[in-house]
Structures are given as C-alpha cells and as structure tokens.
Ligand binder design. Structure first.
Ligand SMILES: Nc1ncnc2c1ncn2[C@@H]1O[C@H](COP(=O)(O)OP(=O)(O)OP(=O)(O)O)[C@@H](O)[C@H]1O
Ligand SMILES: [Mg+2]
Length: 499
C-alpha cells in the first residue's frame, strides 16, 4: 500500500483530502506546515507528499526542496490557489511532479496520484513494463519469456509457485541464461507487482559504497556524505530488491544482509536508528557457492537463508529445443527494431546454431541474430551470414551428445566414398588429394599423421565442391554430419572460406 503525507495548514482541507485518499486505500498521514512535513519525511518513508504552498513556519516550496534533498524518489504534488501559477511553476522546477489548483476535486487528485505512482514505478524498473511478462505470453516485447523445452517448462512452473510466496529466492545459472528475467517474472507475477522492483548489481559497486547504497547513510557518516541518503532497501519498501551477483559481496556485507533476512531490519551507515523494512529479496549469481562455502568466502548461513527456494537456469546447450524458438523470437524483435521483414533462419543455419555450445547463452544468441541482421542481404538468415564463432565450437556439444573419438571415420570408408564420388565430381570440378611430405618424414611412415592430412584435405575439397554447405557436404561425401562438424573444428577449417 502506498503511503501519502498530506500537508496543509487548512485543517478542513487537510482532513477532506485525507478522507478521500483513505477511501482509495492509501495510508495517509498529515502535517500542518512545511517544517512538520520535513521532520516526518526524515523519520519515515512516504511514496508521495501532497502539499500546500502558503503555510506558516516553512512554506511548501522550501519544504519541497528539503524533502527532495533527503529523498529524491518521493513524489511531491503541490496544491496552489487558483491565481498562483508562479509558485506552481517554481515548484515543478524544484522537482514537484505536478500541481493542482484549488478547489481540489478528489477525483482529479486521486487520478493524478495514481498516474504519478505508475510513472515512477516505470522509471525505477528500468523501462520494464510489467504486463508483458506474464509467463509464456506471446508478444514482441524484449522481455518476453521464451522456452518450450522441458527444462524451461519446469522453470516457469517454479516461477509461478515462487510468485505466490514471500520467501527469498536464489537464482543460479551461467551468464546470460536469464537470471534477471526470472527475477522480474517472479516480482511481476507476485502480489508486490505494483510496488518497486529495484536492481542492485553487487559486483559493480565498490566495496566501500555498497553499504550506503543498500542501507543509506546519515549526513557526515563519512567523507563526502554531505547530506542524508536513503538506501535501496528503504527505497524498495513494499516491493522486491534484486541483488544481482550476490556471490561478489564482502564478508562484512554478508553479515549485514543476513541480518536483514533474519530480522527484517537494518541500520543506515553512521546511524544507530534501526529501520524495519518489508522487502522481498531475490538474489542471483553464477558463482559456485558450494566451493565458496568450503573455502570460507561465502557464509553458509547466508547461503541457506537465501537458498530456501532455489531456481537453476540450465545453460542453453542443455535445452537445445529452445534454440529455434529463441531465434524466431529475436528475428521478430530485430524486425521491429530495424523495420525489416526477415522471415526466419533456413534449416542449415538453424542446424549450425543448434550445434553450437553457446557459452554466452541467450545473450550471445541475441547478439548473433543481430549480427545476422547486419550481414544478411536476403529475407532469410543463411549459413553464410553466421559469424565464424558458431562453426568453431561445435565439438563440445556434440561430444556430450554422442560418443567421442571412437566414431572417427574409417579411412577405408573415406577412400571408397571418394572413389564413388570422384567420377561425378570430376565432370564439373577437379578434385585433387595431395599427401604432404610428412607422410614419409625421416624415412618413417606415420599412419596417424597421414590419416589426419587426408581427412583435412578431403573435407576441404568436399566443402569446396559443395560451396561450404554443411548438410550438402555431409550428404555428398557420405560423412555423418556430426562427424563432419567435429572434423571442421578439429582441423580449424572455416566453411565460410568456400561459399
Ligand atoms: N527464456 C528467455 N526468453 C527470451 N529472452 C531471454 C530468455 N532468457 C534470457 N533472455 C534474454 O537474454 C538476455 C540475458 O538475460 P539476463 O540478463 O536475464 O541473464 P543473466 O543470467 O542475468 O546474465 P548475467 O549473469 O550475465 O547477468 C536478456 O536480454 C534477456 O531478456
Ligand atoms: Mg544478470
């Protein structure tokens, strides 16, 4: 629930605004003048202040300046007399969200308050608009969640369960697997969805600033702290805080976070005031917590507090069925961004993408599709527009999928298939196989070296004949496609050289 402070020396107006707002389920507090308002804002967190301008002790403009200095996130709406537009303009310049002229209609006031709160939550959630992330929904939003694999269906299921409860969550997974997206999905499908979703990247904030960033500080708490500041925990009151890269925080911060998790209280830097907060904590990291606990760099008690309901995001290479869906998703996305009409990726390109190991996971896939949009001149993504990196790393996926070097091609099979292929091939292309001098180096024959040389040469010629097309080459040269891809990787051949 949002908390509003109504500031007016006119008691009748103050109470009628209070009643109107309480009727609309706001939690309302009142102050009789600017000075009292500032004291109240310093003592507790308000979402919004509705304030008159002409008041004894301290006027509304001065109070606005003081309030904004202390907490820039608080929304201030100014109430002005009909003729006093100059004050209103001044107030807006000083950071008021808007002003209303007296007499006030409660309907207009409530509508304006709702609009202001909505605008603020959109800014705070880094441009993320909540309605687009109901899981599995189809839309062109960049925040759409894509996943058809069993692994992702399980993740969606866990998200919908987690959205209903209030416990901390720890999201684990390699870089780019969607940890932040999961955190957003939990928040925006939870009862806290209309409150703030605040992201803190623990790895990006320096050790000596993170405490003040999270918990705030008092004026003069340290050199440079020339005004009081509220921290992200207080700022996120009622909502969710996403502690990204939590594996990077220091031992001292781990103790402080444990306290928030256990007691739901914290103390700003330089203060002995304990502040109570109602914030859901979602944390994420790609770090190996089990090892960090063993070597003492992460507290076991904090880990168990966070890990009540863990979510593990599998790497993309372990959920290959998602790849074509993600490719289509990003094709739609970049069609919108670049105002293009790319229809899709052809089967051969999809095949190469499916066999790649995706060390950067979905973020990398997105980047590669964007690369293709730049490289591809036609309305389909072809192998020729894929970056060379996706050809290089096909082995890892394959070996986890299928046997290993046992399935190397038998040299006799190759020779036979060359013999078979040669007459047809010769009619349009000359195919030559030359054996290097290493075959008889120092007068000694080495079958392994000769075989490698032959294989490499054979594959290069076969690719040349088939214009670098993987499927076609595999068919034409009678090599299982996976073996062909493995050999391309082994011999560092770039099929793009033969398009
Ligand atoms: N299942 C998915 N469907 C659609 N897009 C996704 C999916 N998972 C991740 N993405 C997109 O991939 C990109 C990376 O996701 P995100 O930032 O959530 O990953 P992360 O695990 O937090 O990565 P890092 O550890 O590097 O911070 C984002 O652009 C996100 O929108
Ligand atoms: Mg992230």
């Amino acid at each position: 629930m949002h908390k509003v402070l109504v500031v007016d020396d006119d008691k009748v107006l103050q109470q009628s605004v209070r009643q109107a707002l309480e009727y609309h389920h706001f939690v309302v507090d009142v102050a009789d003048n600017g000075k009292e308002a500032v004291t109240k804002v310093y003592g507790q967190k308000y979402d919004l202040v509705v304030m008159d301008v002409n008041m004894p002790e301290m006027d509304g403009i001065q109070a606005l300046i003081e309030i904004k200095k202390h907490d820039p996130s608080v929304i201030v709406l100014i109430l002005t007399a009909y003729s006093n537009v100059t004050d209103a303009v001044k107030a807006v310049k000083e950071g008021a969200y808007n002003y209303l002229e007296k007499p006030i209609s409660s309907e207009n006031l409530v509508a304006l308050i709702k609009r202001a709160l909505k605008a603020r939550s959109m800014v705070e959630t880094v441009g993320f608009s909540s309605p687009t992330l109901s899981i599995g929904e189809t839309s062109t939003s960049k925040d759409k969640f894509v996943g058809e694999s069993n692994a992702m269906k399980k993740v969606f299921d866990v998200i919908s369960k987690l959205a209903k409860v209030n416990t901390p969550v720890l999201i684990r997974g390699e870089s780019g697997t969607g940890k932040e997206l999961v955190a957003k999905a939990i928040h925006y499908n939870s009862p806290r969805k209309d409150e703030k979703f605040v992201i803190i990247n623990c790895g990006a904030i320096s050790e000596n600033l993170i405490e003040s960033e999270l918990f705030g500080h008092e004026k003069g708490a340290f050199t440079g702290a020339d005004s009081r500041k509220i921290g992200k925990f207080q700022f996120a009151e009622g909502g969710t805080i996403f502690l990204d890269e939590i594996g990077d925080i220091s031992a001292a911060m781990q103790v402080k976070l444990l306290r928030v998790l256990q007691e739901k209280t914290f103390m700003p830097v330089g203060s002995n005031r304990e502040i109570k907060v109602d914030v859901r904590i979602i944390a994420a990291s790609h770090k190996p917590f089990e090892e960090m606990i063993k070597d003492g760099s992460f507290r076991e008690d904090l880990f168990y507090r966070l890990n009540v309901l863990p979510v593990y995001l599998p790497p993309l290479r372990d959920r290959k069925t998602d790849i074509p869906h993600l490719v289509n998703h990003y094709i739609n996305y970049f069609n919108n961004v670049h105002n293009l009409r790319v229809k899709g990726a052809d089967p051969e390109a999809l095949d190469v993408l499916s066999n790649y190991s995706w060390p950067g996971n979905i973020r990398e896939l997105r980047n590669i599709i964007e690369h293709c949009f730049i490289m591809e001149a036609s309305d389909m993504i072809h192998v020729s527009s894929l970056p060379s990196v996706v050809f290089k790393d096909q082995k890892k996926v394959e070996s986890s999928d299928q046997g290993s070097e046992d399935s190397v091609i038998d040299i006799e099979d190759i020779q036979n298939s060359v013999l078979d292929a040669t007459p047809a091939a010769k009619s349009s292309h000359e195919v030559h196989f030359s054996f290097g001098t290493k075959l008889a180096e120092g007068g000694k024959l080495d079958f392994a070296i000769a075989k490698d040389q032959f294989e490499k040469e054979f594959i290069v010629q076969a690719l040349k004949l088939n214009k670098g097309r993987i499927n076609q080459t595999a068919l034409n040269a009678n090599i299982p496609k996976k073996t062909l891809l493995r050999k391309i990787e082994k011999y560092e051949i770039n099929p793009k050289d033969y398009y």
